[in-house]
Write a protein that binds this ligand. Structure first.
Ligand code: AMP
Ligand code: ZN
Length: 475
């Protein structure tokens, strides 16, 4: 049995009951990071929002098939398919190969994923692992007459052939056309047309390129998500997610190419998380935290400054996912203090947890479910938690059991006692832990034990979990 939940659908601009294609099964696709740099805490806000969705679906009884992609193919830095290749830019910056860059930043991203207690998706999909599927998608579109070729450039999607193109994002195509400067991409029929496949420039060896029916080249940015989503989840998904910056171009183009290829709706629901923004300073700087500016806050930086990954998660929970969230160090201090004071109340109760049995306790559970099931109302859910803790008529054991139940969705690791120290592990110790992980993967038990002892001498115990992860805690 599944519980009813409602979610805001960007496609209809309304909060709607969630009704998946197959009863009881939720197939969700989330656009992942481009791994040419560290992810910043703005990106992580979107991944936290998607984790909350995933947890609410699990909590509500759905069987969730959840795909997250890793964009490891270099795409051109502008939405208009022009400019520099992001991966090549990263490689040049660091004097490494694009493959090393992709690998390094993918590992770093996965470390953040684990530290923020984000649930593992059913599958991670890499763009470079799905080149044949992307080529097949372009071939289908070509066979159906939706494409045209710009010589020495690439295969383009003709957006004029998809009459609903502007609907999803409410685009002003006429305005776009008027503002379209000649020379942006010579030969584009409409300003909104986009590349499906780019040809490698003749006489130039690109770091990432593949054979295709059109010669050597590389896929356009949007092809990967359509190809991977449909391969792993079917032609029509239940929910497709991302940050709001993806609505106008990336998701609009995914819809156009997928629906023209299959003739079916691409996703029943679209959900978008709002931005983490930096408070404007006196000189007006601030706005959306972004990777391309090269100046951004990472989870490592938060940890270096003494905040925990759970402090950041808590900070994100305090605002609704469709509202801007202002980042500031003062706000992080408040989040850290609030989480600390919450834990002071929950720790002793969790230790005494019994079961949720009385009508009163069931009532609190119902209120919590209603909050998270109403378009992920986490600020309200936190308020329910705080009110529940104050209820004089509720037994302590039931309070403990309710905290456990709620934390399955909040994901704040309230049950872990003492709080997992990974969030505050100093950088050099973190490196040791990584080395130990590698030693274990290599079955080098001697080194693994040495590192465990070394960490212990520095005050940290480690525990290897059956699922392959390692927890660590102060000793
Ligand atoms: P990217 O690696 O740039 O493709 O971004 C990965 C995800 O982070 C996408 O879903 C973006 O929409 C999202 N994102 C980028 N910047 C921000 C921000 N400042 N706040 C919230 N989400 C963001
Ligand atoms: Zn995508």
């Amino acid at each position: 049995m599944t519980q009813e939940i409602s979610i805001y659908n960007t496609a209809t601009k309304q909060v709607e009951p969630f009704v998946p294609l197959a009863p009881g099964v939720a197939r969700i696709y989330c656009c992942g990071p481009t791994v040419y740099h560290f992810v910043h805490i703005g990106n992580l806000r979107t991944f936290i929002f998607e984790d909350l969705l995933r947890r609410v679906l699990d909590y509500s009884g759905f069987t969730v098939n959840h795909i997250v992609n890793i964009t490891d193919v270099g795409h051109l830095t502008s939405d208009a398919d022009t400019g520099e290749d992001k991966m090549e830019k990263g490689a040049a910056r660091e004097g490494k190969s694009v493959w090393d860059i992709a690998d390094y930043y993918t590992q770093s991203f996965l470390k953040d994923w684990e530290r923020l207690n984000l649930k593992q998706p059913s599958a991670w999909t890499k763009a470079t692992g799905h080149i044949p599927e992307q080529i097949a998608l372009v071939q289908t579109l070509e066979a159906k007459g939706f494409t045209y070729t710009i010589p020495d450039d690439g295969i383009y999607f003709d957006t004029a052939k998809f009459p609903r193109y502007a609907d999803f994002a409410g685009l002003d195509l006429k305005g776009m056309q008027e503002g379209h400067r000649i020379g942006v991409t010579e030969g584009k029929r409409n300003a909104s047309d986009f590349a499906l496949w780019k040809f490698s420039p003749p006489n130039e060896k690109r770091a990432m390129e593949w054979e295709s029916p059109w010669g050597i080249g590389f896929p356009g940015w949007h092809a990967e998500c359509s190809a991977m989503a449909m391969k792993h989840l079917g032609d029509t998904l239940d929910i497709h997610c991302g940050g709001t910056d993806l609505i106008r171009v990336h998701h609009t183009n995914e819809i156009a190419q997928s629906e023209c290829a299959t003739g079916k709706p691409f996703s029943r629901y679209w959900m978008h998380g709002s931005w983490l923004v930096e408070q404007p300073t006196a000189d007006g700087a601030g706005g959306k935290m972004s990777k391309s500016s090269g100046e951004f806050v990472t989870l490592d930086l938060l940890i270096e400054k003494g905040y925990g990954a759970m402090d950041y998660r808590f900070f994100c929970l305090s605002a609704h996912y469709r509202q801007y969230l202002n980042f500031s160090w003062e706000a992080m201090d408040t989040a850290r203090d609030s989480l600390k004071s919450l834990r002071r109340k929950t720790d002793p109760l969790i230790a005494r947890a019994s079961a949720i049995a009385s009508d009163n306790a069931l009532g609190w559970q119902k209120r919590f479910r209603a909050a998270v099931g109403d378009d992920l109302g986490f600020p309200q859910a936190l308020a329910v938690l705080n009110q529940m803790l104050k209820d004089p008529d509720l037994l302590e054991g039931e309070k403990g059991a309710l905290i456990r139940d709620f934390d399955a969705v909040l994901g704040l690791r309230l049950e872990e006692k003492p709080e997992r120290a990974d969030t505050a592990l100093p950088g050099p110790l973190m490196a040791l832990l990584d080395e130990r992980k590698q030693a274990r993967a290599d079955k080098n038990w001697k080194r693994s034990d040495e590192i465990r002892d070394l960490l212990k001498s520095k005050g940290f115990g480690v525990k290897d979990n059956p699922d392959g992860t390692t927890s660590w805690f102060p000793v």
